[in-house]
Design a protein around this ligand. Sequence first.
Ligand code: ADP
Ligand code: MG
Length: 141
Amino acid sequence: MKLEFITNSEEETIMRAKEFAMQLSLPTVLSLDGDLGAGKTTFTKGLGLGVGVQDMITSPTFTILNDYDGKLYHFDMYRLSSLVEAQELGFHEYFETKKPCLVVCEWASNVPGILPKNTLYVYIKKLSETQRHFFITSEEL
Ligand code: ADP
Ligand code: MG
């Protein structure tokens, strides 16, 4: 898969993410890549809407994992440093799940080997204060 688009507002990012999530066959693992303020959390809010999450979505930086009703698992691996550590915490299992959920992971590069083969990679770039470029691909860049 290769999908590329630009959004011009936070609302548009949420809308695009919602539409994107709605056409995925679950389970799907998504890796999010982008600088601070690029829009990873905003994009995840839209993903949540697309898979029927009602709760407010916040950044999981301090918790590593936020579980939204078993429908969306939002990881931030910033504080992890190896696959062994992730395995000790039981996190690897989420990436092999057969349940119809969306697994979204930020900072997966901190845990080499955790992402499965069929992961979709979302690359977000800030073009201006209000414009964001999205590139979604099944191959890691
Ligand atoms: P990250 O999780 O990558 O650090 P956030 O989603 O928390 O980023 O923050 C993105 C910030 O950029 C928000 O303050 C949001 O209002 C702002 N923003 C401006 N334009 C856009 C856009 N087109 N898409 C997403 N966010 C945008
Ligand atoms: Mg964030």
